[in-house]
Design a protein. Structure first.
Length: 217
């Protein structure tokens, strides 16, 4: 019996996923100009689904289309960093307080995510480490049981991933600090100390605001 062929996603979805992953992982840097022809060749499709995919990415704020020229990958702006940090602080400081007392299942999941992030960072896989970083924080937000807050937080996902990868590449010394602060958050939750947990989260997330002002420490 011959194997059933695996059905591929629609062409526009394949282009969308290819470009989006490239932007989030910084294979397509901010300021790069992508042409329809290059993308069609890279994914193995015609130009029509490329146009459809690029329109979706423009709506999401990752690129800007220029007729007859191509698509410009938009850099991460200082204002975007400021807005993301402000929203994260509002959501995460509230969520981490609400997570106390932390159920054993939450502690176990955070321990596993931190161990995975340490392995990825040691291997230099910054894109994967950024995904795990986001999962660590999202796990705490979800633990509060507020679905509206969880959905709001998920809407920041792509911006967080892009910022996280950029930071790890430009400030590799920050990775060790990030892992250390994740450990501090975990220990505060384990100890049942909501004030300490919120203080560490504020310091950890607030560091990104220094990037927006050009102050890195």
């Amino acid at each position: 019996m011959s194997p059933v062929p695996v059905k591929q996603p629609p062409a526009a979805d394949r282009v969308y996923a290819h470009v989006k992953q490239g932007v989030l992982e910084r294979r397509y840097e901010g300021g790069a100009l992508l042409t329809e022809g290059e993308l069609a060749d890279a994914v193995g499709v015609s130009r029509t689904p490329v146009r459809e995919a690029l329109l979706r990415l423009e709506v999401e704020g990752l690129i800007r289309l220029y007729p007859k020229k191509g698509a410009l990958v938009l850099p991460v702006s200082a204002q975007e960093i400021t807005d993301v940090v402000e929203t994260r602080l509002l959501v995460e400081e509230h969520a981490v307080r609400k997570a106390v007392p932390a159920p054993p299942g939450l502690i176990e999941r955070l321990e596993a995510l931190l161990a995975r992030q340490k392995e990825q960072a040691a291997a230099g896989d910054f894109a994967a480490a950024s995904v795990t970083d986001r999962c660590f924080h999202a796990e705490i937000v979800r633990s509060g049981g507020n679905e509206i807050l969880s959905r709001l937080y998920d809407q920041l996902r792509d911006r967080q991933l892009r910022m996280g990868v950029a930071v790890m590449h430009s400030h590799p010394d920050r990775i060790a600090k990030t892992l250390s602060e994740h450990q501090e958050i975990l220990e505060a939750l384990r100890a049942g100390d909501p004030d300490e947990a919120a203080e560490v989260v504020g310091r950890h997330v607030g560091w990104f605001s220094h990037l927006a002002r050009g102050e890195v420490r």
